[in-house]
Design a protein around this ligand. Structure first.
Ligand SMILES: Cc1cc2nc3c(=O)[nH]c(=O)nc-3n(C[C@H](O)[C@H](O)[C@H](O)COP(=O)(O)OP(=O)(O)OC[C@H]3O[C@@H](n4cnc5c(N)ncnc54)[C@H](O)[C@@H]3O)c2cc1C
Length: 311
C-alpha cells in the first residue's frame, strides 16, 4: 500500500497500518517528513517552527498518544493550557509515528497509473517513483488541490475533495537582538483582516535554543491579497508591521515563507474518504478541519477503514 504525504495524517495512517502488519511505503515531495508541522533551519543554528505553532489534544485517542509523546520527550506542553509542541521541533511527533515505516522523501508523485487492480506511482514526466510492484491501495494525504490533480489525472474522483477550501498564510521568521516579547510569549489577533494574526517567541518553546527568534503569521485576508508577492518584499513589510506591535532590535536574520494551503476554511465533514473499488482514499485536515489533531484523526480513520474493508 502507498501513502502519499508524510504529514501527521499520512504518518497516522502508516503507523496504524504497520501496527496491523500491513506493508506500507510513504512518499513525500519534501526533504523530510512533517508537512505543515515544520521546522526550518536558519543561519547560526537558528530554528523556526514556521508552520503549525502548537497542537491541542481533546479526543481520547489523541490524548493517549500525546501523553506517550510527553513521557518520552517527543512533545511537551507550552504555555500551559491545552497547548503542546513537538520537541526539539514540530516535526518530532510525525517522525515518531513514522519510526520503522518505509519513507521516501524528495519524491513528488505526479501521476497514478492503473495496472491491473493496482496502481503505479510516477513523477509528472512519467518516471517511475516506487520500483515495487503495483500498490493495491493509494492513500492520498496531500492538500485537496494536489489530491484532486492526482485523482483527475487518473480519471478518478472522490466525493467532497473538490469542495475543500484553504486560507493561505505568509509566515515571517525573524532573529533579532531586542528584548523578549513583553508580558507573554504569544500575541494573537483573531480579526481576519489583521495584518499580523500571530506573533510568537519561538525560543520560549521547550527544547529550543533560547534567544530572540520570532515567528509571525499574517492574517488570511492579508496573505491572500499578497499571495504572489516576492518573499523578500513580504518579509520587509511584515517586519515594519511587527515593529509597530512589539520591540524589535537589530535584525540578524529574516525570511518569509508562503503557505498556499495553510488553514482549512471548508472541510469535507467526514473523517476520511475511501473507494474500495479503486483502492483510492483521502485523509488530512481537509476532511475534519484545520488542526493537527483533526488531521491525525483523519489519517487514523482512513487506516481503520482500509483494514475494515479487507477484513
Ligand atoms: C502557518 C500554519 C500555522 C498553523 N498553526 C496550527 C496550529 O497552531 N495548531 C494546529 O493544530 N494546526 C495548525 N496548522 C494546521 C496544521 O499544520 C495542519 O492542519 C496539519 O499539519 C495538516 O496535516 P496533513 O497531514 O493533513 O497535511 P500536511 O502536513 O500538509 O501533509 C501533506 C504532505 O503531502 C506532501 N505532498 C503534497 N503533494 C505531494 C505530492 N504530489 N507527492 C508527494 N508528496 C506530496 C507535502 O509535502 C506534505 O508533507 C497550521 C498550519 C499552517 C500552515
Amino acid at each position: 500500500m502507498a501513502i502519499i504525504g508524510a504529514g501527521i495524517a499520512g504518518a497516522a495512517a502508516a503507523h496504524r497500518l504497520r501496527g496491523a502488519g500491513r506493508s506500507v511505503v510513504v512518499l513525500d515531495k519534501g526533504r523530510g517528513p512533517g508537512g505543515r508541522m515544520a521546522t526550518r533551519r536558519g543561519p547560526e543554528g537558528l530554528r523556526f517552527d514556521h508552520g503549525a505553532q502548537y497542537f491541542t489534544a481533546r479526543d481520547p485517542r489523541f490524548i493517549a498518544l500525546v501523553q506517550g509523546w510527553t513521557a518520552r520527550g517527543v512533545a511537551a506542553s507550552w504555555g500551559g493550557a491545552d497547548r503542546f509542541v513537538g520537541v526539539p521541533g514540530m516535526t518530532a511527533p510525525v517522525r515518531d509515528l513514522l519510526d520503522g515505516v518505509a519513507l521516501k522523501c524528495g519524491r513528488a508523485v505526479g501521476r497514478l497509473v492503473r495496472e491491473g487492480r493496482g496502481w503505479r506511482l510516477q513523477e509528472a514526466d512519467g518516471a517511475p517513483l516506487a520500483e515495487d510492484a503495483a500498490f493495491s491501495a493509494v492513500l492520498l494525504t496531500c492538500p485537496s488541490p494536489q489530491t484532486l490533480a492526482l485523482l483527475g489525472g487518473a480519471g478518478e474522483s472522490l466525493p467532497g475533495v473538490a469542495e475543500v477550501r484553504y486560507a493561505p498564510c505568509w509566515t515571517l521568521m525573524l532573529a533579532h537582538d531586542g528584548p523578549p516579547l513583553p508580558d507573554a510569549p504569544v500575541r494573537e489577533d483573531r480579526d481576519p483582516d489583521a495584518t499580523l494574526a500571530w506573533i510568537a517567541e519561538n525560543g520560549s518553546k521547550p527544547g529550543r535554543e533560547p534567544g530572540r527568534t520570532i515567528v509571525a503569521h499574517a492574517g488570511p485576508a492579508w496573505s491572500r491579497a499578497n499571495l504572489d508577492c516576492a518573499a523578500e518584499d513580504v518579509a520587509e513589510r511584515l517586519v515594519a508591521t511587527l515593529r509597530d506591535r512589539v520591540p524589535v532590535g537589530e535584525i540578524r536574520h529574516r525570511a518569509a515563507h508562503r503557505w498556499r494551503y495553510a488553514a482549512v476554511e471548508r472541510a469535507v465533514g467526514e473523517p476520511c474518504l475511501f473507494a474500495p473499488e479503486t483502492g483510492l482514499g483521502f485523509a488530512g485536515d481537509g476532511c475534519l478541519g484545520p488542526r493537527v489533531e483533526f488531521a491525525y484523526l483523519s489519517g487514523l480513520a482512513l487506516a481503520e477503514r482500509v483494514l475494515a474493508e479487507a477484513a
